[in-house]
Design a protein around this ligand. Structure first.
Ligand code: DQA
Length: 147
């Protein structure tokens, strides 16, 4: 099975960005964790980060037919991007939404997620471990679908 881990704006700064909110783990460490955990449960993991909405949309389009599912932390685009939501709806791939922080415990504007409307589910508040939980959730979803 193949999955693409997509990280959106400002997540390239993980480790130094507001560590009191997002912790001290870098994006490189998160991506290593995803590759290691992914391969232990049978996933070939590809990682991509961009600060550009269009680049994320292009990556979602390219995943169609290439990947079995996506794991997406869209950063602040989560709360604003109808275009990302439409891209996910267009490719018909299962998407697990991830946030390091518990967006529901934060400012009101973070409580709305356009991604949640087209995702199979959302994992938030567990820091970097959220990505491994998302891999497990995607794996279970794909297995259930085959059965
Ligand atoms: C985030 C939460 C978003 O509200 C924020 O804009 C981010 C990171 C998270 O992982 O907790 O950039 O997606």
């Amino acid at each position: 099975l193949k999955t693409l881990i997509l990280n959106g704006p400002n997540l390239n700064l993980l480790g130094t960005r507001q560590p009191e909110v997002y912790g001290s783990t870098t994006l490189e460490m998160v991506e290593d964790l995803c590759r290691t955990h992914g391969s232990s449960i049978g996933f070939e993991v590809t990682c991509f980060q961009s600060n550009l909405e269009g680049a994320l949309i292009d990556a979602i389009h390219s995943a169609k037919g290439e990947q079995d599912g996506l794991i997406l932390n869209a950063g602040a685009y989560t709360h604003t991007s109808i275009a990302l939501m439409d891209a996910i709806a267009s490719v018909e791939l299962p998407v697990v939404e991830v946030h390091l922080s518990n967006i529901h415990a934060r400012e009101d504007f973070r409580h709305v997620s356009y991604i949640a409307k087209v995702a199979i589910g959302q994992i938030c508040g567990f820091g970097p471990q959220g990505y491994t939980l998302a891999l497990d959730a995607l794996s279970a979803h794909l297995k259930n679908r085959q059965a």
